[in-house]
Design a protein around this ligand. Structure first.
Ligand code: NAD
Length: 413
């Protein structure tokens, strides 16, 4: 009797379904022939049983790669199920939003050019009947039938949006025009992922939605800040002139699993430094405050806003402020790291405070962040630890990059 082991391993290694089937059938036929040619005193039934067992083993190998398990998905009736487009859906926030909307039972199409997003972020949905992934740049027009558009496509962290400022501008301007044009054509509602950066270097604290901002239109961050400001302007022009339903979320700093290793912001920098046993670098005395929301809170806020009747801009962020030094000490403790905290000279334009005013979201959406900071940080640390292992296996250890450069100096974000 021929050994099944090597052939079953061969079947497992073959990727193409039809090829796998052919090799499997050829193998079963071979085993059957071989059995019949062997000495005739063995009973025919035992031969049949032997061939059947081989066939069952082959079938299980044939089936195994195609029985992918997906996270649980609710059933929604035709009436309640929406066709939802998420631009930038393979990125940090977009992939979590994809998870929520898929699990809620909607049909989700992710459009991404993979500039900062990764297929890995949404690979667990690939092949699901409600899910589609399209490699597309929003700077080019898109023709698709949808009910809602979450427009998130845009690099978000300073090193990424400063990498190619012209492309950042095109994505936020031409890309937003294209998505608004699509919304107008198909009668879809569009939610723009705007940012707290529209407030620039704010003169009021905390920032509420009525504040017009304080942005340098020709500074290094203008490609992003002004890009988002004009994207907001475009939304309201389409609303007033064409009757497109728009929602505008002004998102404040967000963290969680799937954020970029080289994001350059304080949470990811500190976690990476602590995990790699390097000093946690604090600029200035560390008394500046920052507020971070956990990604699941943001996703719930985005969905609540999209499905509300609030068309004016809404801040989504966590108002719980901590000093940079507190963040460093907490992350060091949660990682269990022996890293020291290193104080470097203070950056000139480092804001002393950043905090959202979320009274509008509370009042009109009934939304507020609920994930405690430590709980969120532990999830992010777990993710970064796994990512470092993954990267180490691929011989690449990322180092945190300086957050923002102005006059040649870094600053906290
Ligand atoms: N993460 C935050 O703290 C934060 C804060 C404020 C606002 N935002 C906004 O939220 C959105 C998502 O941010 P994120 O943190 O997930 O960033 P991210 O970089 O992880 O995701 C952005 C996604 O957009 C894609 N993309 C970029 N340019 C594109 C283009 N031209 N065409 C198609 N896809 C393109 C990227 O590949 C990526 O998948 C962004 O619009 C960002 O401005 C995020």
């Amino acid at each position: 009797m021929v050994s099944k082991g090597p052939l079953l391993r061969l079947l497992t290694a073959i990727n193409r379904r039809r090829m796998k089937l052919l090799v499997g059938l050829a193998f079963v036929a071979y085993v059957a022939c071989e059995s019949l040619q062997e000495n005739g005193d063995q009973k025919v039934e035992s031969k049949i049983e032997e061939v059947s067992l081989t066939a069952v083993a082959v079938c299980s190998v044939l089936k195994s790669p195609f029985t992918q398990k997906y996270p649980p998905v609710k059933f929604l009736s035709e009436k309640d199920r929406k066709r939802i487009l998420i631009t930038g859906g393979a990125g940090f926030v977009g992939s979590h939003l994809t998870d929520k909307l898929m699990m809620d039972g909607h049909e989700v199409t992710v459009v991404d050019n993979f500039f900062t997003g990764r297929k890995r972020n949404v690979e667990h949905w690939i092949g699901h009947e409600n899910f589609e992934l399209i490699n597309h740049d929003v700077v080019e027009p898109l023709y698709i039938e949808v009910d809602q558009i979450y427009h998130l496509a845009s690099p978000a962290s300073p090193p990424n949006y400063m990498y190619n400022p012209i492309k950042t501008l095109k994505t936020n301007t031409i890309g937003t025009l294209n998505m608004l044009g699509l919304a107008k054509r198909v009668g879809a509602r569009l939610l723009l992922a705007s940012t707290s950066e529209v407030y620039g270097d704010p003169e009021v604290h905390p920032q509420n939605e009525d504040y017009w901002g304080h942005v340098n239109p020709i500074g290094p961050r203008a490609c992003y800040d002004e890009g988002k400001r004009v994207a907001e302007t475009m939304c309201y022009a389409y609303m007033k002139q064409e009757g497109v339903e728009v929602r505008v979320a002004r998102i404040f700093n967000t963290f969680g699993p799937r954020m970029h290793m080289n994001d350059g912001r304080v949470v990811s920098n500190f976690i990476l430094q602590a995990l790699q046993g390097e000093p946690l670098t604090v600029y200035g005395p560390g008394t500046q405050t920052r507020a971070f929301q956990y990604v699941s809170d943001l996703v719930n806020g985005l969905v609540a806003l999209m499905n509300s009747n609030v068309s004016s801009p809404v801040n989504l962020g966590n108002p719980e402020e901590h000093t940079i030094l507190e963040f460093a000490q907490l992350i060091k403790k949660l990682v269990g790291s022996g890293s020291e905290i290193q104080f470097l000279s203070e950056a000139q334009d480092d804001p002393q405070k950043r905090k959202p005013d979320i009274r509008k979201a509370k009042l009109l959406l009934g939304w507020e962040p609920v994930v405690p900071l430590e709980e969120g940080l532990n999830k992010a640390i777990h993710y970064f630890r796994k990512e470092l292992e993954y990267q180490a296996n691929n011989q690449y250890i990322p180092k945190p990059k300086p957050a923002r450069m102005k006059k040649g100096r870094t600053r906290h974000n």
